[in-house]
Design a protein around this ligand. Structure first.
Ligand SMILES: [Zn+2]
Ligand SMILES: [Zn+2]
Length: 373
């Protein structure tokens, strides 16, 4: 069948909103009618050609999506047309050693690896235009009216939820909250620093509040994001200016608030100089989590003496954990009004305005912009 989608045909160029052919779902697959897809910094990397998983174009970006089951392939019994669903960042197999350890985000299953590269298990794709195959970004491709995904990548939603707000659970919320509860395992009473308060960073703030942190210091270069951080429960707002010198100064300013240094620091900027400053803002024995991803090929340097003082520096991929099962708990937290994904949305746009919306995200003018169908 035909649908409308935003197709990226050239790195750095605007996406073209055009008609695309989407195939029927194969065995174990489901066609989802997309309700909403958030625009994430990773989508910008795909557009710019700096994403390690986007080597071939054309691609349909978008990976933070909710929707409704529209058609199911052979053998699918867990879902039926009309079911509201969330699309998880990855499909883990549930069988490999890493899945067995609860690390579904690091699943080594071949089908998952292909899905990350935008391919179905048989190496094909369900999307094409002008007879050329189109890959869905991260196996999702949410900037389109429909997506065909494997059923293992779906999470059921209760029928009464707001699908637009819930779409943000798929990446921003699962990553930010996961960094706090899965990666750092922040304990009640801890002091926390969050640098970079976009969609993911605000969810690190929300996660720290949920975990019972006694102090949540939020830092960002834009005032609206700091205001949002305070709304989400940050106890201190630390404005900063762009640039390396300011980053180096960050640790000193954090120590004016917490003299010994914070227990946990989260860098959500992906800027190595900022990550170093966040690391230097932790106390001896403190933990720093790199949540934002620096450009491919970048090195991260921290002072050896500070690291020697039992500090830890941790990576974090999509919030660690197992997205499909973690998302179920996050849905429950939303239903209990302990998490507010809707509060992250500063702009809703139609598919035709996607290039403008991407420009606004790039300019740092919005917390989360969501394409709504
Ligand atoms: Zn994302
Ligand atoms: Zn696995």
């Amino acid at each position: 069948m035909k649908m409308r989608a935003a197709v990226l045909a050239e790195f750095g160029a605007p996406m073209e909103v055009r008609e695309v052919e989407i195939a029927e779902p194969g065995p174990g697959e489901i066609r989802v009618r997309i309700a909403a897809s958030g625009i994430c910094a990773s989508d910008l990397k795909a557009v710019d050609g700096t994403s390690p998983v986007v080597s071939e174009l054309p691609v349909i970006c978008g990976h933070e999506s909710s929707g409704t089951v529209e058609a199911v392939g052979a053998g699918v019994t867990a879902y039926a047309p009309g079911d509201p669903v969330l699309i998880a960042l990855g499909r883990s197999c549930g069988r490999c050693r890493r899945c067995g350890r609860g690390e579904g985000h690091l699943c080594t299953d071949a089908a998952r690896m292909r899905a990350v590269m935008g391919l179905m298990p048989d190496g094909s794709t369900r999307l094409r235009a002008d007879r050329a195959a189109i890959r869905p970004y991260l196996g999702i491709g949410g900037f389109a009216e429909y997506a065909v995904v494997h059923e293992r990548q779906l999470v059921p939603l209760p029928s009464e939820v707001d699908l637009v707000a819930m779409s943000l659970l798929g990446c921003a919320v699962v990553t930010g909250v996961g960094a706090v509860v899965n990666t750092a395992r922040v304990e009640a009473g801890a002091t926390v620093l969050v640098v970079g308060c976009g969609g993911v960073g605000l969810n690190v703030v929300q996660g720290a509040v949920l975990a019972g942190a006694s102090r949540v210091i939020a830092s960002d270069i834009t005032a609206p994001k700091l205001t949002a951080a305070e709304l989400f429960g940050a106890t201190d707002a630390l404005p900063s200016a762009p640039g390396d010198t300011d980053a180096a100064d960050l640790a000193a300013r954090v120590r004016e608030l917490v003299p010994d240094g914070v227990d946990y620091a989260f860098d959500v900027t992906g800027v190595p100089a900022v990550l170093r400053a966040a690391f230097e803002a932790t106390r001896p024995g403190g933990t720093t989590v790199m949540v934002g991803s620096p450009p491919a090929g970048t090195d991260v340097a921290v002072p050896a003496g500070a690291l020697f003082a039992s500090r830890r520096l941790m990576g974090c991929q999509g919030g660690d954990g197992s997205p499909a099962s973690d998302l179920r708990r996050l849905v429950d937290l939303c239903l209990a009004e302990r998490l507010d994904p809707g509060g992250l949305i500063s702009e809703q746009v139609g598919l035709d305005d996607i290039n403008d919306a991407i420009g606004n995200v790039r300019a740092g003018e919005v917390v989360r912009s969501v394409v709504v169908f």
